[in-house]
Design a protein around this ligand. Structure first.
Ligand code: FES
Length: 110
C-alpha cells in the first residue's frame, strides 16, 4: 500500500512478543491486521485476508519476505502484498517500524 497524504502511527505490540518466523493478529478499527516477523527480524503488516478466498493468513508459513496462505498455499509478498505468479491478487500492506521496543503500524487517516 502506498501511504497517501498522512498516516497515524499506532503501537500494536511489544517487539519482543512477536517471535521470528511467526505472525500475530491485531484488530484496528474493526479490521484484522496480520503482523509478521521474518527470520531476519524484519516486521511486516498486512490485511489478514487472503485475496483468494478470504481466509486469514496470520498463521501462514513465513519464508524470506513471503508468507504462504495456510488454506491453499498462495505465496504472498509481505512487502508489496502481491501474490506471486502464477496466482494473482494483492493484500493491503501497511508501513511498520520498531521504536522503543514497540511495533508500530502506519494506518492511513481516512
Ligand atoms: S484462501 Fe488463501 S490461498 Fe485460498
Amino acid at each position: 500500500m502506498t501511504l497517501m497524504n498522512s498516516a497515524q502511527w499506532i503501537d500494536v505490540m511489544n517487539e519482543k512478543d512477536l517471535l521470528q518466523g511467526t505472525g500475530k493478529k491485531v484488530v484496528y478499527k474493526g479490521n484484522e491486521i496480520a503482523v509478521f516477523k521474518a527470520m531476519n527480524g524484519d516486521v511486516f503488516a498486512m490485511e489478514n485476508k487472503c485475496p483468494h478466498k478470504g481466509w486469514g493468513i496470520v498463521d501462514g508459513m513465513i519464508s524470506g519476505k513471503h508468507v504462504y496462505c495456510p488454506m491453499h498455499d498462495r505465496k504472498i509478498n509481505m512487502d508489496s502484498g502481491l501474490v506471486e505468479k502464477p496466482d494473482t491478487g494483492c493484500v493491503q500492506t501497511f508501513q511498520t517500524e520498531v521504536s522503543n521496543g514497540k511495533i508500530r503500524i502506519a494506518f492511513p487517516i481516512t
